[in-house]
Write a protein that binds this ligand. Structure first.
Ligand code: MN
Ligand code: FE
Length: 360
C-alpha cells in the first residue's frame, strides 16, 4: 500500500512540493493515471489527449441554465386534473425522484473519486466542466420540482423509499467501495481494475444505462407537447449526458491501453456480469414505473431498448454484445443526434453560446 499522503501530494502538487526545474513537460510523457509520478500535473499545455480538450470545448458550447426555460405550460398542465392519468403522474414523479438524487451521486463521484485518481490536466479540465454540469442537472430537477409545487420531501427521499430506485443507486454506490476512502492503490493491477470498475459503474451504467428509461418515458410526454419545459430541460441533460458518457468511455479505453495488464479475461467477464445486472435493475425500474402501458410504451419495449443501449455500450468497451435487440425507439437517436439546431419539440433555437459568442 502506498502512503496516502504521499499519493495525495503527487496528485495535487501542493505548494510545498513544486520542484524548481528547467525541464519542460513533453506531451508524450503525460499519462491518464499515475501522471504525477512522471510529469508536473499543473500544465494543461502541451496537450496530449486532444479528445479530452475537445469534450471540454463541446461541453462549454452546450452551456444552458434551467431557469432560462419557462415552466408555465407545465405548471398549468400539472395543476389540471384532466391532463394526466394516475399512471402518467406516477411515471413523471418516479423519474423526477430518481434523477433528483442520481445527478448528485454522479457529481459526488467525480469530485471525490475520479478527480483524485485521474491526474492528467486535460482530463481534469473536462472533469471540472462535467462537475459543473452535474450541478446544473441537480438544479434542473430542483427547479422542475419546485415549479410544479411537488412534495420535495417525497421526491428527494424517493431513492431511499422506493426499492427499484434504491437498488439502482446502491449499484452505483457499490462502485465507490474502497475508492471514496482513498485506500485504492493505482500502482497495482487490482487497484486499477477497481478504479475502472468505478468508471464503468458511473459513466457506462449510471449515465449510460440507468438514465435512459427516464429519458425515453419523459421525452414521450414531450412528443405529445406535454410537460414541454421539463422535456426541454431533459433534452439538454440528455445532450450533456451523451458527452459525459463518451468522455468516460474514451477515458476507460485510454487507461486500459496504457495499463494493458488490467484487461484480463476474468476482469472482462466481471464487467459483462455487472452490465447485465444493471440491465436487470433498469428493467425492474421500468416495470415499477410502468405497471400498465401508456404513451405507446410498455415494459417489453423498454426492456428491448435498455438491452439495445447496453449492447452499444459493451461494443464501445470492446466487449461482446449480449442481447442483439433492435432499437424500438428510433426517434431517440434523432433526439440525441439532433445536436444543436433546434429543440426537438419546438422551434426555438437551442444552440447556446455564451461568452465566446459575445462581441465587445
Ligand atoms: Mn448529469
Ligand atoms: Fe452526467
Amino acid at each position: 500500500m502506498s502512503d496516502p499522503i504521499q499519493q495525495a501530494k503527487e496528485c495535487t502538487t501542493s505548494g510545498s512540493n513544486i520542484r524548481m526545474t528547467r525541464d519542460r513537460v513533453s506531451a508524450e510523457s503525460k499519462l491518464l493515471i499515475n501522471n504525477g509520478r512522471t510529469v508536473d500535473v499543473n500544465q494543461l499545455v502541451p496537450i496530449k489527449y486532444k479528445w479530452a480538450w475537445h469534450f471540454y470545448l463541446d461541453g462549454c458550447a452546450n452551456h444552458w441554465m434551467p431557469t432560462e426555460v419557462s415552466m408555465q405550460r407545465d405548471i398549468e398542465q400539472w395543476k389540471n386534473p384532466k391532463t394526466f392519468t394516475d399512471d402518467e403522474r406516477h411515471i413523471i414523479k418516479r423519474n423526477l425522484g430518481f434523477f433528483s438524487t442520481a445527478e448528485t451521486l454522479v457529481g459526488n463521484n467525480i469530485v471525490l473519486s475520479i478527480y483524485k485518481l485521474v491526474d492528467n490536466p486535460e482530463c481534469r479540465q473536462y472533469l471540472l466542466r462535467q462537475a459543473f454540469e452535474e450541478a446544473i442537472h441537480v438544479h434542473a430537477f430542483q427547479y422542475i420540482i419546485e415549479s410544479l409545487s411537488m412534495d420535495e420531501g417525497e421526491l428527494f427521499n424517493m431513492y431511499r423509499e422506493n426499492k427499484e430506485i434504491y437498488e439502482k443507486d446502491e449499484f452505483s454506490m457499490s462502485c465507490t467501495d474502497g475508492i471514496l476512502d482513498e485506500s485504492v492503490d493505482l500502482k497495482t493491477v487490482e487497484g486499477k481494475q477497481k478504479f475502472i470498475n468505478n468508471l464503468v459503474g458511473f459513466y457506462v451504467v449510471t449515465e449510460g444505462i440507468f438514465f435512459y428509461s427516464g429519458f425515453v418515458t419523459m421525452l414521450s410526454f414531450g412528443r405529445q407537447n406535454r410537460m414541454p419545459g421539463t422535456c426541454e430541460q431533459i433534452q439538454y441533460i440528455l445532450r450533456d449526458e451523451s458527452i459525459h458518457m463518451n468522455f468516460g468511455i474514451q477515458l476507460i479505453n485510454g487507461i486500459i491501453d496504457e495499463n494493458q495488464d488490467v484487461w484480463t479475461k476474468e476482469f472482462q467477464d466481471y464487467l459483462i456480469t455487472r452490465i447485465k445486472k444493471a440491465v436487470e435493475l433498469e428493467v425492474n425500474y421500468a416495470k415499477e414505473c410502468l405497471p400498465r402501458g401508456v404513451l405507446g410504451l410498455n415494459v417489453p419495449l423498454l426492456r428491448e431498448y435498455v438491452q439495445y443501449i447496453a449492447d452499444r455500450r459493451l461494443e464501445k468497451l470492446h466487449l461482446p454484445k449480449q442481447y442483439f435487440s433492435e432499437n424500438p425507439f428510433p426517434w431517440m437517436s434523432e433526439v440525441i443526434d439532433l445536436k444543436k439546431e433546434k429543440n426537438f419539440f419546438e422551434t426555438r433555437v437551442t444552440e447556446y453560446q455564451t461568452g465566446g459568442a459575445l462581441e465587445w
